[in-house]
Design a protein around this ligand. Structure first.
Ligand code: CMX
Length: 134
């Protein structure tokens, strides 16, 4: 159902102020920045080896990431697992009793289709299902 971790999402106050740490100090490659209007965030995707980090900056006060930052400050926001069949993964999880935030996939960054499992149903970790855009 899931093949690997696609990325780890990290909430930040400012992409501009945070990217230099990941790119210049850790030596990660900046793959690109994009605004995801539907999620009210700007994201920067960085790669190291096979692994990716997604930095998330809120674009509105009512963004889920703004709320997270207000409560927790910057830090790990979610873990995203890759699937080639996001509808199938949603159905599988629902069948196992998981509480989905998204019963229907929505648009994520870089042409992905995504759906979230509620953190109350996944031991406190916001969990994303992520189908790559290819
Ligand atoms: N990780 C773990 N727990 C989280 C969390 C997170 N990222 N965000 C919220 N929670 C917890 C809260 O701490 C709170 O716990 P308590 O009740 O124990 O205090 C509980 O979930 C409810 O939190 P809230 O802030 O009152 O939450 P809301 O119901 O308004 O929203 C959530 C929480 C997860 C449903 C909402 O943030 C959401 O729908 N997230 C999915 C969309 C998203 O995060 N998009 C941004 C990323 C987009 C991308 O990657 O492209």
């Amino acid at each position: 159902m899931l093949s690997r971790i696609n990325h780890i999402g990290i909430a930040v106050k400012s992409l501009e102020e945070t990217i230099p740490f990941y790119r210049d100090q850790l030596g990660m490659t900046l793959l690109g920045c994009e605004e995801v209007t539907e999620q009210k965030v700007k994201v920067a995707m960085l790669r190291i080896g096979e692994s990716k980090i997604e930095l998330l900056e809120p674009t509105a006060d009512d963004s889920p990431v703004a709320k997270f930052l207000e409560k927790n400050g910057p830090g790990v926001h979610h873990v995203a697992y890759e699937t080639e069949d996001v509808e199938g993964a949603i159905a599988h999880l629902q069948g196992k009793g998981a509480r989905m935030i998204d019963a229907v996939p929505r648009s994520g960054a870089h042409g992905t289709r995504i759906a979230f499992v509620h953190p109350k149903s996944s031991n406190g970790v916001l969990t994303e299902l992520c189908q790559p855009g290819h």
